[in-house]
Design a protein around this ligand. Structure first.
Ligand SMILES: *[C@@H]1O[C@H](CO)[C@@H](O)[C@H](O)[C@H]1NC(C)=O
Ligand SMILES: *[C@@H]1O[C@H](CO)[C@@H](O)[C@H](O)[C@H]1NC(C)=O
Ligand SMILES: *[C@@H]1O[C@H](CO)[C@@H](O)[C@H](O)[C@H]1NC(C)=O
Ligand SMILES: *[C@@H]1O[C@H](CO)[C@@H](O)[C@H](O)[C@H]1NC(C)=O
Ligand SMILES: *[C@@H]1O[C@H](CO)[C@@H](O)[C@H](O)[C@H]1NC(C)=O
Ligand SMILES: *[C@@H]1O[C@H](CO)[C@@H](O)[C@H](O)[C@H]1NC(C)=O
Ligand SMILES: *[C@@H]1O[C@H](CO)[C@@H](O)[C@H](O)[C@H]1NC(C)=O
Length: 636
């Protein structure tokens, strides 16, 4: 299908409602809505208010940290065991804010070298343990690694042997959040003036060609220094630090990072000038050249819409290397602010002084060229983003985004040559059970989705939802799935499957023998219905891009399409009379593909039963029949 006809289709579907931008190249509402069934799940012995999750890539197990306990669950073997982590030695909070504070909430589960590190609040006494097999060793001081009480603004990054954290080390002092190196190459922290009320989002380390150039990048929101009424109150940032930073040369700066710089992240829709300034989450995608490594940033705005903007670390590095410092007009020192210094040297104090008083660069980080605009935006309020790259049967890599909504579901969005397609909504939990965590296992192509009650393992290649029907399988444009041997199969089982991911017409790819006669009245379900009763004919709406038509005896009686989105396309018969009997069929139509979804033949229950013979009838149905006969006679 050419982009012209795609545009026409979108216009027909009501482009304003879809919230489409940029010449209608994106399909932003989920095409199919499914509740995954048969996936494997682990329900915790009790609800956990602040659950934390750890999954090791390429394993089939998960660790869940809760209040005073760590649960292990293996999805392959169903093996499960708890490890208790009670408050140690009667520790207590001096001034508990709530009874909850006097408990040990696990806040960190991580691999540190070959060991497993588990840390918790320890009743205002942050504590860590090493865990080997099912045994924990003696408790250790966990200040800086775990907060004193459960805290949502904490970030810990383990990059063995170093550990970085934003958690304060003292309960009384230290109101100003800092980004620290808490373990490894000597403690360092950010100056108090470089961030204003930061809310940390995520961090990563990035290797450069020369190891002294290796960086730490972290992403956060903070108060906008521009207080003018038209300026947004919050601003999204990326900060850089050199991994080999040795701290300053004076006693005051000895424990401070000397290579800190921050820049604004821009995510603006060029069509509406709509600014998405609230960074929610980011996901890092590695590439062999660090410059091509990407950051997928998920942003929201005040109106509850979301946008995804993609940045490259090459662009981010370029902004930090070449931009002027905001508010600094003096000469550049020999070693520029933000520059990493080789051979175990310290940053010159002159450079540090300039950077410390002017920590922000003037240039802003913009999304990837050539568009420098969001990948897409829509009216869903997303909370988390994950990105997976899948190589399809045409040999190309396709990028799939997993976006967790605030309603217990995940949208699966694919970047295709024809634009971005929202191909599926997976309702993982009920609408009131928020998704607390979404972990991607890139090796096994699995998602681990956690709430406060359970964790679910979902295969990314869920091809069964496409009804084992060639057209559905190809129309889905799911890069994990394709058609081969009469089945909709996973690309991981069969690399030779037929797919339809580019803009070619797809119809020819399904051979005649595989096309089902859509309108056929074969395999109709016979439904006996009592005269004068009410009856609902229900057709599940799976694709937001399809039109659903109900036919009665080959006459169109009802149409449902995206103009009035509804979970189901139903036809209601208020009072069944003899003209309502006959054959009903619900046909979905999308991109020229027709499929019969529901086929029912309504027959008069009274006649139907008498035809079937009465020998097999139970007493109850006899009484029911008797009552009906009486009613029918009364009305006649
Ligand atoms: C993942 O596990 C499988 C089987 O256990 C193994 O063959 C494969 O090499 C592992 N992959 C990685 C990247 O470790
Ligand atoms: C990306 O690289 C980082 C460090 O270089 C590594 O820790 C991480 O596991 C990599 N991620 C993936 C998905 O390969
Ligand atoms: C800005 O930040 C404050 C708190 O830091 C928050 O209450 C507010 O909702 C944010 N505004 C927007 C538009 O996100
Ligand atoms: C009718 O049902 C049978 C068995 O349930 C199946 O083999 C056949 O393909 C179906 N025919 C149609 C047209 O759906
Ligand atoms: C259904 O239709 C019959 C005859 O057309 C009428 O007598 C009866 O009152 C109707 N029942 C209801 C519930 O409307
Ligand atoms: C959607 O349905 C309405 C009637 O309910 C119809 O007029 C309109 O043409 C349909 N749109 C599409 C795209 O089929
Ligand atoms: C539909 O066909 C059935 C018989 O198959 C008949 O009883 C019914 O009256 C027909 N209804 C209409 C509206 O054509």
């Amino acid at each position: 299908m050419g982009s012209g006809s795609l545009l026409a289709l979108l216009v027909a579907l009501g482009a304003c409602q879809l919230g489409v931008w940029a010449a209608g190249r994106s399909k932003v509402n989920p095409r199919i809505v499914v509740s995954p069934r048969g996936e494997r799940e682990y329900t915790f012995p009790r609800n956990e208010k602040y659950p934390v999750f750890y999954h090791e890539t390429n394993s089939s197990s998960i660790y869940v940290g809760g209040e005073g306990v760590l649960y292990y669950y293996n999805f392959a073997t169903s093996e499960t065991y708890p490890v208790e982590f009670p408050v140690e030695n009667g520790a207590q909070c001096l001034k508990p804010g709530s009874p909850e504070d006097n408990k040990n909430f696990i806040t960190l589960i991580a691999k540190h070298g070959s060991e497993m590190l588990v840390c918790g609040t320890g009743a205002c006494n942050p504590t860590c343990w090493h865990l080997t097999e099912k045994k924990k060793d003696a408790p250790q001081d966990g200040r800086g690694l775990a907060p004193f009480t459960p805290d949502t603004n904490s970030l810990v990054i383990v990059d063995y042997p170093n550990i970085y954290s934003t958690i304060k080390k003292s309960q009384q002092n230290g109101k100003i959040p800092r980004f620290r190196r808490v373990k490894g190459d000597g403690e360092l922290y950010t100056s108090d003036t470089v961030m204003q009320n930061p809310q940390f989002v995520k961090a990563t380390t990035l290797k450069h060609e020369d190891s002294y150039q290796d960086k730490i990048y972290y992403f956060f929101r903070e108060d906008n220094p521009d207080k003018s009424p038209e300026a947004p109150r919050n601003i999204s940032r990326v900060a850089q630090l050199c991994k080999e930073d040795k701290g300053g040369t004076s006693s005051l700066s000895a424990s401070k990072w000397t290579t800190f710089l921050k820049a604004s992240l821009i995510c603006v829709d060029p069509a509406t000038k709509g600014n998405f300034n609230w960074l929610q989450d980011v996901f890092f995608v590695n590439a062999s050249d660090w410059r091509d490594s990407k950051v997928y940033g998920l942003f929201t705005n005040t109106w509850g819409s979301s946008a995804v903007c993609v940045y490259s670390f090459g662009d981010i590095d370029n902004v930090f290397r070449t931009s002027k410092l905001k508010g600094y007009d003096g000469p550049d020192p020999e070693i520029k602010p933000g520059q990493c210094v080789p051979f175990r040297q310290h940053t010159p104090s002159e450079t540090f002084k300039i950077a410390d008083s002017h920590p922000e660069v003037e240039n802003r980080v913009e999304p990837l060229a050539p568009t420098r605009s969001p990948l897409f935006h829509n009216k869903h309020r997303y909370q988390k983003i994950g990105v997976h790259e899948v190589s399809a049967s045409d040999g190309h890599q396709y990028t799939v985004l997993y976006l967790a909504t605030d309603r217990g579901s995940i949208h699966k969005v694919v970047e295709l040559p024809g634009g971005v397609h929202n191909i599926m909504e997976l309702q993982v939990f009920s609408k009131k059970d928020p998704i607390q965590s979404m972990i991607l296992d890139h090796e096994r192509a699995m998602l681990y989705v956690g709430s406060s009650r359970k964790v679910v393992e979902i295969a990314m290649d869920m091809c069964g939802v496409y009804h084992n029907n060639c057209q559905s399988c190809l129309l889905a444009r799911d890069p994990y799935c394709g058609w081969a041997d009469g089945r909709c199969q996973s690309i991981y089982r069969n690399r030779e499957v037929r797919q339809n991911l580019n803009l070619e017409p797809w119809q020819g790819k399904c051979q005649n023998g595989e096309v089902k006669e859509a309108d056929s009245y074969q395999n109709v379900t016979v439904v006996p219905v009592v005269p004068f009763s009410r009856y609902y004919l229900n057709c599940p709406v799976e694709s937001h891009y399809a039109t659903y038509n109900w036919y009665h005896n080959n006459t169109l009686i009802k149409t449902c399409n995206n103009t009035h989105p509804q979970p189901d396309c139903f036809y209601f018969i208020q009072n069944v009379s003899h003209t309502h009997y006959g054959r009903y069929i619900c046909v979905s139509e999308e991109d020229g593909f027709r499929q019969a979804l529901v086929k029912e033949h309504l027959v008069n229950q009274l006649r139907f039963m008498s035809q079937k013979g009465q020998a097999t009838m139970t007493l109850a149905s006899w009484l029911q029949l008797l009552l009906m006969v009486v009613l029918v006679e009364l009305f006649h």
